[in-house]
Write a protein that binds this ligand. Structure first.
Ligand code: MN
Length: 134
């Protein structure tokens, strides 16, 4: 089955680029332009992975990730942060907020879809291990 990915990104060009790369990589892509819209869609679609731009108008990506984690319906979904600010502080903040991984923009178009698959596999492996330990 093709994995479903929800991309939450307010920049139209980035959103189209990421969507094209993921669709070429075999994903079904849902798009959201705001955190609020993304949270709603995450609930509806329960995607296999969420790509979260950290810099969004209104609610930002960190707050949206915390909201996803706090909700039992969406708390288990893998979230990968996307940010233009390739700084250690942002990576740390993303992980503290509950993101499973972090990708800096501009993205590497050659490896993007494979990187998403790698993050998704790793996040699912960690969850399986955690569940086994409980
Ligand atoms: Mn943005």
């Amino acid at each position: 089955m093709r994995p479903r990915v929800l991309v939450i990104e307010d920049n139209r060009l980035n959103l189209e680029l990421v969507t094209d790369l993921l669709e070429a990589g075999g994903y079904i892509v849902d798009q959201a332009r705001t955190a609020e819209e993304g949270l709603h869609m995450a609930h509806e679609a329960l995607p296999d992975v969420i790509l979260m731009d950290l810099s969004l108008p209104g609610m930002d990506g960190l707050a949206a990730t915390k909201a996803l984690r706090a909700d039992p319906a969406t708390g288990h979904l893998p979230v990968i942060a996307l940010t233009a600010h390739a700084m250690m502080g942002d990576e740390k903040a993303a992980l503290i907020a509950g993101c499973d991984g972090y990708m800096a923009k501009p993205i590497d178009t050659r490896t993007f879809a494979a990187s998403v698959a790698g993050f998704m596999a790793l996040a699912n492996l960690h969850r399986t291990k955690k569940e086994a330990a409980n």
